[in-house]
Design a protein around this ligand. Sequence first.
Ligand SMILES: NC(=O)c1ccc[n+]([C@@H]2O[C@H](COP(=O)([O-])OP(=O)(O)OC[C@H]3O[C@@H](n4cnc5c(N)ncnc54)[C@H](O)[C@@H]3O)[C@@H](O)[C@H]2O)c1
Length: 307
Amino acid sequence: MSKILVTGGAGFIGSNLVDKLIDLGNEVVVIDNLYSGKKEYLNPQAKFYNLDISDSKVEEVFETEKFDYVCHLAAQIDVRKSVDDMEFDNQVNVLGGLNILKNCHQFNVKKIVFASSGGAAYGFPEQIPTSEDHLTYPVSPYGINKVSFEKYLNYYYKIFGQKYTALRLANVYGPRQYKGGEAGVIAIFTSNAIAKKKSYIYGDGLQTRDYVYVDDVVSAFVLALKSEFVGDLNIGTGVEKSLLEVVSAIENCLGEKLDIEHQDAKLGEERRSCLNFDKAKEKINWQSEVNLEEGIKRTIEWAKNNN
Ligand SMILES: NC(=O)c1ccc[n+]([C@@H]2O[C@H](COP(=O)([O-])OP(=O)(O)OC[C@H]3O[C@@H](n4cnc5c(N)ncnc54)[C@H](O)[C@@H]3O)[C@@H](O)[C@H]2O)c1
């Protein structure tokens, strides 16, 4: 059994990860300020600190709890918000992260696993599926700050020996995903369909993404925690799906047509995104298990009871 801190443990991916880590017999502590997370997603067996990751009180938590491992997922995740308020994104996603990282080093945490972004890190990629050695020139402040924090992790490893893995996650979907604002399209479209509301496609719907189911992402965190591997890993399926294909998969599962309206394409949106996961397979023996049809089925079942 290990003692593990999950920052962002009341959020979509974090709360699913907390459940799994507790199932596996670990003692789990959550730091989350409930900015987008929900108290009802918190596993009652996890100890909860309602705290901002930038808060100086984080040091007291590390001193008291003495963590073996840290999974750092707390973040401002809205790309559009990062464009509107670059300083806020930097404050949470870089400075907040540094507060966690400094404490990991100070209190001898064995390893930190960070939720980075494979969708945002590569900007407009020249190679699809994209592998980790592709240049990282993000086209949003959110992406810049994710890559920037990876560089701080690398610096802390090279200079102080603080071990880490940065998981560059593709487009994650599944139960508990936030469905407002600029959130994941599968969460928004399934929720709208169940509520008999209209959904909007910006542009022609041929833009592609790599959709990875949340349980597969949770497995990647668990494998990365156990592994000695240090560095960056893409966590995606290697399968490129267009928005129109996603719509049709949701329609097949629901057995009805979605109410869709096309609107103008959004400026700066990536046209294609898909990750090569060979390195994750080689280094931590990870690959996705849940295909899009099965993942959408599970997400819809959950959404019907939680809309
Ligand atoms: N969902 C995706 O497709 C995706 C893709 C790539 C990377 N990621 C990364 O995975 C992580 C989890 O994302 P998610 O989709 O579960 O989002 P989420 O918004 O559901 O989870 C983020 C959590 O962090 C908390 N949080 C935000 N600001 C905080 C702060 N200052 N202090 C403490 N807690 C704070 C929120 O309350 C929330 O519980 C994020 O780091 C995100 O950037 C997500």
